[in-house]
Design a protein around this ligand. Structure first.
Ligand SMILES: NC(=O)c1ccc[n+]([C@@H]2O[C@H](COP(=O)([O-])OP(=O)(O)OC[C@H]3O[C@@H](n4cnc5c(N)ncnc54)[C@H](OP(=O)(O)O)[C@@H]3O)[C@@H](O)[C@H]2O)c1
Length: 251
């Protein structure tokens, strides 16, 4: 594949495309020339995301709960049926539960692992027969894949697992020319944290005060890194995690 950051002719699947970081990734990839199967649970917000790409003719929506049996396989089948191939997987679907361990339930532990870890693994496995030389898989990890956060033990464990999926799949898939990498965002304002960081809250002030860039980030500041990792410009990047956090984790 040419060492360019263009994605013309490439076909991507983006999960979590109905919101936040996944929606921004969809806009960025399609804006750089890719066609994309965009998936999330909410059909109306998926449709809005497709309009926002500016190229609805190069997008195909599929509303699905990725934790449901058969859903990852259905996503891959629809993508190949519509576009004839699959070159890029962006795993952005995810949930976060703030739940101090004294009150935490195994139900929320399982739910976070089901969507944050099991679903991207299952989707990767379903896509494997279609991923050839030059293909790229990008996980959305978190700074909390390598740093703990009190009150979010299960979430942090899911992101630690994502970091290991990234490294280990990179080793397993490099021989077939498939690259696997991750982006680890810091605090990015999306629906995931709107309730705590959306206004002038104490939590927001604390995040801003502890971030060298002195602000929280925007999904549009994550998407270009995902597009880079998806492209031929990253042809020698395997098993890496790119931290994008305004300097938060450098301290
Ligand atoms: N925001 C941050 O500060 C931050 C920081 C580090 C890492 N991250 C990670 O970035 C990723 C995207 O998060 P975000 O901030 O963009 O959150 P978001 O705006 O809440 O978006 C989450 C997306 O995941 C989808 N999703 C959730 N459960 C699903 C399921 N069972 N099946 C299919 N899709 C499902 C949602 O679909 P519907 O809305 O249609 O249900 C939505 O599209 C997550 O993996 C998150 O852990 C976020």
């Amino acid at each position: 594949m040419a060492r360019s950051d263009a994605l013309d002719g490439r076909v991507a699947v983006v999960t979590g495309a109905s919101s936040g970081i996944g929606a921004a990734c969809a806009r960025e990839l399609v804006g750089r020339g890719a066609a994309a199967l965009l998936t999330g649970r909410d059909p109306a917000r998926l449709a809005a995301c497709i309009e926002q790409t500016g190229h609805p003719g190069r997008c195909e929506p599929l509303a699905a709960d990725l934790t449901a049996d058969g859903a990852p396989e259905a996503v891959v089948a629809r993508c190949v049926e519509r576009f004839g191939r699959l070159d890029v997987l962006v795993h952005s679907a995810g949930i976060y539960a703030n739940e101090p361990v004294e009150r935490a339930t195994l139900e929320t532990f399982d739910r976070q692992f089901a969507i944050n870890v099991r679903a991207p693994y299952a989707l990767t496995c379903a896509a494997l027969p279609h991923l050839g030389p030059g293909a790229s898989i990008v996980f959305i990890s978190s700074v909390f894949g390598s740093v703990g956060l009190a009150g979010a033990t299960a979430y942090c464990a899911t992101k630690g697992a994502v970091e290991q999926l990234t490294r280990t799949l990179a080793l397993e898939l490099a021989p077939r020319g498939v690259r696997v990498n991750a982006v680890a965002p810091g605090f990015i304002l999306t629906a995931l944290n709107e309730a705590t960081l959306g206004g002038p809250t104490e939590a927001r002030r604390a995040v801003e005060a502890s971030t060298p860039a002195a602000r929280i980030g925007d999904p549009g500041e994550i998407a270009p890194a995902v597009a880079y990792l998806a492209s031929g410009a990253a042809s020698f990047v395997h098993g890496a995690t790119l931290v994008i956090d305004g300097g938060w984790a450098a301290q």
